[in-house]
Design a protein around this ligand. Structure first.
Ligand code: PMP
Length: 383
């Protein structure tokens, strides 16, 4: 009934057909209201039920503790590059009013183009000094690529930073922190100050809901755009520990930069994520995706499926590597479950590979970087 191809697009990416069909019906008549989902008021009881359901589907499946609030916003993950800085600087100011901007540090773990971008935004906004706690390029095979997750001893964290930032899965570069916390390529949680509210911030945009989040409760903020794994673009999920939902105006009175209301977590939290008109259709479709996830067995089911997919793809890449067909870009132990980057070796080989894939209905395999292919194989990308 569908002439759909296999879409490997990194984001927006493929969504389950059942969700698309349900949405198509709801575009005409949502929840028996006679009003379409693109037309209904975000204050209606039918729609606020969607927001509540979505919140609880995320909370229960990811096991989000009551210390953390789940917020929904717009502006994508990119808006969070700014929001995390502004909210965490405000929090720090309220905790340490005596410290000047020069005395405030923000630690960035740079392992790829997205964390690099986030660090650049922190530098742009100012209000503190950016300390690159580690830059993985320093440890790369060629001295300039984001091809690895550095080992624990290479981190240089500050004494009392306003935030510590990392990107769990680097979409463009194909590197990801290991979830085996004994592995040297895991995030070094043991280096964080024990027994305190650590200001740890993680960008989970490209791996959200593909498996459980290790040490979730120890994070101050975890955020993700919906469009890679769980819905269409237009929705950002932010999981914030409550001590990071602060009165940004009180901080501004003490000298931090004023925070636009739409970027303040307190604005979103006070209004239960409905301060202004949200991306109604994205929220609705994401709810449908998560409901389907739950019906299929929740995160354990998807974790197992993604583990198998990763093993299969990397197995083939290894085999192809031995035969001189493929060249993997990422070093062992740093490979992403979500996006595998590799080269097809030989003159014109990449084009032949892409053309061949296209003939088999496999589209959007080509990545951002020249000769770097990014077949994403997340929750729904292969159905
Ligand atoms: N972080 C990561 C890891 C990403 O993959 C992306 C999108 N490719 C972004 C941030 C930016 O997301 P958005 O387009 O939603 O702003």
């Amino acid at each position: 009934t569908h002439d759909r191809v296999i879409n490997f697009g990194a984001g927006p990416s493929a969504l389950p057909v059942s969700v698309l069909e349900e949405t198509a019906k709801s575009l005409l008549n949502f929840s028996g209201t006679g009003i379409g989902i693109g037309e209904i008021s975000h204050r209606s009881k039918e729609f606020t039920a969607v927001v509540n359901d979505l919140e609880s589907l995320i909370r229960t499946q990811l096991d989000v503790p009551s210390t953390h609030t789940i917020l929904f916003s717009q502006g994508g993950a990119s808006a969070q590059f700014s929001a995390v800085v502004m909210n965490m600087l405000a929090r720090y100011k309220l905790l340490h009013p005596e410290k000047t901007a020069e005395e405030v540090t923000m630690d960035y773990v740079v392992t790829g183009s997205w964390s690099k971008k986030a660090a650049e935004e922190a530098r742009r906004l100012g209000g503190g000094q950016v300390n690159v706690a580690v830059d993985s390029r320093q440890f790369s095979k060629d001295g300039k690529s984001f091809d690895n997750i550095p080992s624990h001893e290479s981190y240089k964290l500050s004494e009392d930073p306003a935030l510590i930032y990392y990107c769990e899965n680097e979409t463009v570069d194909g590197v990801e922190f290991s979830h085996d916390l004994t592995a040297s390529t895991s995030f070094p949680f043991h280096l964080l100050k024990q027994g305190s509210l650590v200001p740890l911030v993680a960008d989970y945009s490209s791996s959200f809901m593909c498996r459980p989040i290790p040490r979730l409760a120890d994070h101050a903020i975890i955020y993700a755009g919906a469009q890679k794994n769980i819905g269409p673009a237009g929705l950002t999920i932010i999981i914030v520990r409550q001590d990071c939902i602060v009165d940004v105006d009180a901080a501004a009175k003490l000298g931090t930069a004023p925070v636009p209301l739409m970027l303040s977590y307190k604005t979103l939290a006070d209004a239960k994520s409905l301060y202004n008109t949200p991306s109604v259709i994205s929220l609705y479709m994401t709810k449908l995706v998560l409901q389907r996830m739950k019906e299929k067995g929740g995160l354990p089911y998807f974790e197992e499926m993604n583990r198998k997919k990763a093993a299969r793809i990397y197995g083939l890449l290894k085999e192809g590597g031995e035969k001189g067909v493929f060249e993997r870009k990422v070093s062992d132990g740093s490979e992403s479950w979500m996006n595998a980057t590799f080269l097809v070796v030989g003159e014109g080989a990449e084009k032949r590979f892409l053309d061949g894939a296209e003939k088999q209905g496999m589209m959007a395999l080509k990545g951002h970087r020249c000769a770097c292919l990014m077949p994403l194989f997340s929750n729904y990308r292969i159905q």
